[in-house]
Design a protein around this ligand. Structure first.
Ligand SMILES: C[S@@+](CC[C@H](N)C(=O)[O-])C[C@H]1O[C@@H](n2cnc3c(N)ncnc32)[C@H](O)[C@@H]1O
Length: 273
């Protein structure tokens, strides 16, 4: 057998073994009815991401047909990172967004990635990037950074997973410098009738099966994903929360028929907005 194929097979088997060793389902049918209302949502979310970390990126590529990279590039372009600036990626996971920023602007002063899942952080691969990367295992609801420390805050597909969206936004606002930029990517349930029907079929029937087929998914991650989108607050509500937090110039851009939303906002310049 070709060496590369053998290596792939070994890697796949190790991954399967890792996933199969997860002792119990994080998301059972009862918790899935309303994942956001679970009092121990943060623990469940962390356990889930710790469990799927080895396959997280590969599954994303397959499930979105590579579109996820395009969404992140759009968010990075909207943030307009400049030379010498500091970027904070909240809920950075395995670092997809960090790599996207570093490639778009190699002269950034630093990119800080924060995530509370040690296994997701461990999977990050930053070889070949010229920008210094600093990873911190911490809760997005209590960022270990001083006020005004960063020029840009990014958060890709993290908001829906937080157990207190307002607290997370307050922290993002606090650590941004006056005039700093915020970019958020998050899934939404599409409002278009036809696409919503297609989405229902894809998320209800295809995605969980794909999860079971490709990665066994013993924790229920790929049932949590569509259900957490379906039961999450609509984009207008999240935009309202940005405003309540103090952000200005709030813009929403719908992608993939509204299934993905890019939120852009600014922290006001001191005394000018
Ligand atoms: C869907 S993944 C997104 C990862 C990455 N941003 C990306 O675009 O691929 C969500 C991430 O949010 C992290 N997360 C969820 N709640 C968190 C919290 N309260 N504090 C820090 N990280 C959190 C999870 O550990 C996970 O890595």
């Amino acid at each position: 057998m070709h060496w590369a194929s053998a290596a792939l097979l070994v890697e796949f088997c190790v991954t399967m073994k890792l996933l199969a060793s997860a002792r119990r389902r994080v998301w059972d049918a009862v918790a899935l009815r309303d994942p956001h209302a679970q009092p121990d949502k943060a623990r469940r979310v962390r356990d889930m991401f710790d469990s799927i970390a080895p396959v997280y990126e590969r599954f994303n590529r397959i499930a979105t047909l590579g579109q996820d990279a395009r969404w992140r590039r759009a968010a990075v372009a909207a943030a307009r990172p400049g030379p010498g600036e500091v970027v904070l990626d909240v809920a950075c996971g395995t670092g997809d967004m960090i790599r996207s920023f570093a490639r778009a602007q190699p002269q950034l002063a630093r990119i800080i990635g924060v995530d509370f899942s040690p296994q997701m952080l461990r999977q990050g691969n930053y070889r070949g990037l010229r920008v210094p990367i600093e990873l911190i295992q911490a809760d997005a609801l209590s960022l270990p950074l001083v006020e005004g420390a960063v020029d840009i805050v990014a958060c890709a597909f993290g908001m829906r997973n937080f157990d207190d969206v307002c607290a997370a936004l307050r922290e993002m606002y606090r650590v941004l410098r006056p005039g700093g930029r915020l970019v958020i990517l998050e899934f939404a349930w599409p409002s278009d009738r036809w696409f919503s029907w297609f989405y229902e079929v894809y998320c209800g029937a295809v995605l969980p099966r794909l999860g079971r087929l490709l990665v066994q998914d013993p924790v229920g991650a790929y049932e949590y994903l569509p259900q957490s989108v379906r039961t999450f607050e609509p984009p207008q509500v999240l935009a309202g929360r940005l405003q309540e937090t103090g952000f200005v110039r709030i813009r929403l851009r719908l992608m993939n028929f509204g299934a993905v939303v890019l939120y852009c906002a600014n922290k006001p310049q001191r005394g000018t907005e």
